[in-house]
Design a protein. Structure first.
Length: 563
């Protein structure tokens, strides 16, 4: 193709290749056209200045740019410098640096990834076809597709834009990876959908399924049942019941089911837990370009399902007791799940601000987590993120791809006190993120939705009011263990105490009925194990949660053998 051609009428997303070497450019263009030409328009630019002109023209014509690939070394500039400017024109485009063998170690590439100037680097294709090259490209295109409205919507939600229930449904559908769309009830599309469904006077929100079925203001369980999702466990005795489908619970499900244990997973909300809401986990082993929490959760869920694990949605655990050799989990609605062993991996719930004015606006501008689900709705808005740990940093970076400005409000003196270095560096290099330290939110206001925040400087005591379309609160979490009986010992913060931590002078706890001491992850109730964030002394990392989930299953085997 010829560089600088006028934009065609075709509205297919654009893959833009930039390289000043004609031979290398032609070879890569051929690979892109053969593999993606049916669904994307492949365009080329022969220099950085030419690429900026093309990007500007595409923006002005309302065209979508999916991917920009740039050679590392070009005359007068580098691919890193060019890719760092792409988001000025197309804020969601993925940016890939093309390198040759031997160019993968220079510090500028590592720094560019850390600063968020590029999304990935890939070795330039050298064979036909070059599958490692295409794997990297396809993964980025898949990630981009997940951030856009799906072509086929299993569920369409019609509701009020700033309704807490509408937000809850959007969040749950997104976290459970159900292709869905939201339509404001006062929009032309929303009104048309309600009229077509004969639900013009129905109580909002209204769910319209792909098969035409209409649900009026349904519960989460009713939505799940309509989608064919299992909401009740079977009547028999399972080998192991896993409470929670975060990383620890999903790992336990994978290893339990793959090793022949009849396994049931109880999850009241969504797969992935808090990790499932992370837009980018960059330090998880085996994913050099990072992985979204949603993608990781879906992969793990599918893996467990393939091995035969049952996944029961909407059944929040409300109690636990021993009944002879069985462990009985009481669930919401009055039913029970019986198993020979239990792995508690219920994870954490977000800590609340506890400010009445803001609690009244939860779901209508005040969000706990939910940055992934609500990011697209923040387009060109002024938004705030409260918190200074990794989850807050990941949310800020993700939101910056949509919002006009993201302001982080941090109680501490520095992000470095509680955030991984790679995230601190990336935030510093993101121009539309501002970090304010030694401040806290003390109030807020709005009619029907959040409109402003009240912020206090902790050093001076000065207070200001700032206009805000939304605030995302990530200030830590509390273990979901209040439902557990006294038989399961917890520390003063609510974390489950396990293994050697239960010993008093080398002896098991007072009511411990077995001659052996508790095993590594075993609680004070024999046969009940804790894994992941809810366990006292756990390392709050996805990898360690996965490790504990797998170790718990090995201990379950030992317990069932009578060890």
């Amino acid at each position: 193709m010829t560089a600088g051609l006028s934009v065609q009428a075709d509205d297919a997303p654009v893959l833009l290749l930039v390289d000043d070497d004609p031979r290398r450019r032609e070879f890569v263009e051929g690979e892109l056209s053969r593999r993606y030409g049916a669904d994307y328009q492949v365009r080329c630019a022969e220099s950085a200045s030419d690429a900026l002109r093309v990007l500007g023209a595409l923006r002005d014509d309302g065209r979508s740019v999916a991917l920009v690939l740039a050679g590392y070394r070009m005359a007068g500039t580098t691919g890193i410098e060019l890719l760092g400017r792409v988001r000025d024109f197309h804020r969601t485009a993925k940016r890939v640096l093309l390198v040759d063998w031997g160019e993968r170690t220079p510090a500028p590439i590592v720094q560019a990834i850390g600063l968020g100037r590029i999304d990935a680097y890939v070795v330039r294709p050298t064979t036909v076809p070059d599958e490692p090259f295409h794997r990297a490209v396809t993964e980025l295109l898949e990630e981009l597709a997940r951030s856009r409205p799906p072509g086929f919507q299993v569920v369409r939600v019609v509701g009020e834009s700033w309704s807490a229930r509408s937000h809850e449904l959007r969040d749950l559908l997104s976290r459970n990876v159900v292709p869905s769309g939201f339509y404001p009830a006062d929009s032309d599309q929303g009104r048309a959908l309600l009229d077509q469904a004969g639900a013009g006077t129905a109580t909002l929100p209204v769910i319209i399924l792909f098969n035409g079925r209409v649900l009026e203001n349904p519960s989460n369980v009713e939505v799940a049942e309509a989608l064919g999702i299992q909401t009740r466990a079977g009547p028999g005795l399972y080998d192991v019941a896993v409470i929670g489908a975060g990383p620890a619970g999903l790992a336990a499900a994978v290893y339990g089911a793959s090793e022949g244990l009849s396994t049931v997973v109880l999850e009241p909300e969504a797969i992935g837990g808090q990790a499932g809401t992370s837009s980018r986990i960059r330090n998880y082993l085996g994913f050099p370009n990072g992985v979204s929490g949603e993608d990781l959760a879906v992969r793990a869920y599918t893996q467990a399902w393939n091995f035969g694990a049952e996944y029961v949605y909407g059944s929040a655990a409300t109690g636990l007791r021993a009944d002879g050799e069985a462990r009985v989990v009481a669930v919401a609605g009055g039913s029970e799940v019986r198993s020979r062993a239990v792995v508690i991996a219920a994870g954490m719930s977000y800590r609340r601000l506890g400010i009445p004015a803001l609690e009244a606006l939860a779901g209508v501008g005040v969000f706990y987590g939910a940055a992934t689900a609500e990011a697209k709705a923040m387009k060109d808005q002024e938004v705030f993120v409260v918190g200074g740990a990794n989850s807050a940093g990941q949310a800020a970076v993700h939101l910056a791809g949509y919002a006009a400005r993201v302001t982080m409000l941090v109680r501490g003196r520095s992000l470095a006190d509680s955030m991984s270095e790679y995230l601190v560096t990336q935030i510093a290099g993101t121009p539309n993120i501002t970090v304010r330290t030694e401040v806290e939110v003390v109030g807020g206001a709005g009619t029907g939705r959040l409109e402003s925040l009240t912020i206090t400087d902790r050093a001076s005591g000065a207070t200001q009011t700032a206009a805000a379309a939304a605030v995302f609160v990530l200030i830590g979490a509390e273990p979901r263990t209040r439902w557990l009986p006294d038989d399961v010992v917890r520390d003063r913060w609510g974390y489950v105490v396990t293994g050697a931590d239960l010993l008093d002078g080398g002896r098991p706890p007072g009511r411990w009925p077995l001659p052996r001491p508790p095993m590594l992850l075993e609680s004070s109730l024999p046969g009940v194990f804790a894994a992941g964030d809810i366990r006292r002394g756990s390392v709050k990392r996805v990898a360690s949660a996965v490790g504990e989930g797998s170790i718990a299953i090995r201990l379950v085997h030992d317990y069932l053998r009578g060890a």
